[in-house]
Write a protein that binds this ligand. Structure first.
Ligand SMILES: *Cc1c(COP(=O)(O)O)cnc(C)c1O
Length: 372
């Protein structure tokens, strides 16, 4: 093991097949937007999800499109996971809609069905009807979808699944992202598969696909001159990105297995030493364990983080819950602030990339074991 090579949190793994695909795409002259690789990558994803797929330039833009398709307008109230990356909620604010943050439950760390129910009832008392929910599957772990779907069905709420971190995860044999009316994926650099930047929107039917595609391509009407009846966006993907994505997707299962093994390795080595907590796989749920995330006893996480840093190893704190962010300070939160603070204050993600070898893992555990 070369001491000077940094171990990153979740670096991309690029092999011959990715390089070959990208070179072939470049040589073909079909750079952007569509080409044979956009077709290829789209059809791989459509088969996998059994849904219509629109490739986009990011997970964030996919969420924005999903909100547009769900009919969100200025002043609408949108229910949203609280323990997630800020990009889950930013597009709500782009539309001048109002996020309502729903706290996490302790088993999966995802949106709590109980707090969701509370929020809906409390809002109703205030005369506020909510029509859309964005639920994130954090670190690849499925939220308690059955309960969430029941609540949403009873209240006429459209579900958008933020599966940015959850490609390769399942709930009752369904891939995460295909359960709600809309789903989104991210292929940014540290996600389970990457196209450098990029994302996808998972759609319920061809009609929604056509509208999403139109919005993503500057809302050009299908005529032979430039006609725009509504405001559009430049959210499309490209043949080059898809060339990368198509090669990455073929290795998804292998990557998921590796990440799960890495998580289990950490778990079995850490649990005897510390009273740690972690996301529990519900029965009938299968997590890709995108990042190995743990809650440590108070302030141990900070010690581990700086210790690893000194050894050229990257670790990161968990997502800082959105109710704690200045950017969202004007919005309501229904949940247990104490638990949200615990996730932030005591949590840590350890290196989880699929290229980590046994020597790397051993090194990380040995450093922690010897020094803490
Ligand atoms: C990465 C991520 C996003 C944003 O995806 P981008 O492709 O970076 O725009 C959204 N939500 C969650 C939960 C993410 O982890």
């Amino acid at each position: 093991m070369n001491k000077d090579i940094k171990i990153y949190l979740s670096p991309p793994t690029i092999d011959h097949s990715e390089i070959e695909n990208v070179v072939r795409a470049l040589k073909s002259g079909w750079i952007s937007p569509y080409g044979s690789y956009t077709k290829d990558f789209t059809s791989k994803l459509s088969n996998y999800f059994n849904k219509d797929i629109l490739l986009t330039n990011s997970g964030t833009s996919s969420i924005h499109l999903a909100l547009k398709l769900a009919g969100v307008k200025e002043g609408d109230y949108i229910l949203c996971s609280n323990f997630t990356f800020a990009a889950t909620a930013f597009p709500i604010v782009y539309e001048k809609a109002i996020p309502i943050f729903i706290g996490s439950e302790k088993e999966t760390w995802n949106l709590s069905p109980e707090f969701l129910q509370c929020a809906i009832e409390d809002l109703k008392k205030k005369g506020i009807i909510t029509k859309v929910l964005i639920v994130a599957h954090i670190y690849g772990m499925s939220a308690q979808m059955k309960k969430i779907i029941d609540i949403c069905n009873n209240n006429n709420i459209t579900i958008i699944e933020d599966a940015a971190e959850a490609l390769g995860s399942f709930y009752h044999n369904k891939p995460l992202g295909s359960i709600g009316k809309y789903g989104i994926l991210s292929f940014n650099g540290n996600k389970i598969i990457t196209t450098s930047q990029g994302g996808a929107l998972i759609l319920p039917n061809k009609e929604k696909y056509n509208y999403a595609e139109k919005l993503a391509f500057q809302a050009k009407e299908k005529v032979d001159y430039y006609k725009h009846n509504e405001i559009g966006y430049n959210y499309s993907s490209s043949n080059i990105l898809s060339a990368l994505g198509s090669a990455q997707f073929d290795k998804l299962e292998k990557k998921v297995n590796r990440r799960r093994n890495i998580f289990n390795y950490y778990l079995s080595n850490l649990k005897n030493k510390f009273a740690i907590d972690y996301q529990k796989e519900l029965s009938n749920s299968f997590s890709n364990r995108w990042l190995s995330a743990f809650i440590f006893p108070a302030s141990i996480n900070k010690k581990i983080k700086s210790l690893l840093e000194k050894n050229n190893i990257e670790a990161r704190f968990l997502w800082n819950p959105l109710n704690r962010q200045k950017a969202f300070k004007n919005f309501s939160f229904y949940g247990d602030s104490y638990f949200e603070n615990t996730l932030f204050k005591n949590g840590l993600c350890l290196p989880s990339g699929d290229s980590l070898n046994e020597e790397d893992l051993n090194k990380i555990i040995t450093i922690i074991d010897k020094n803490i």
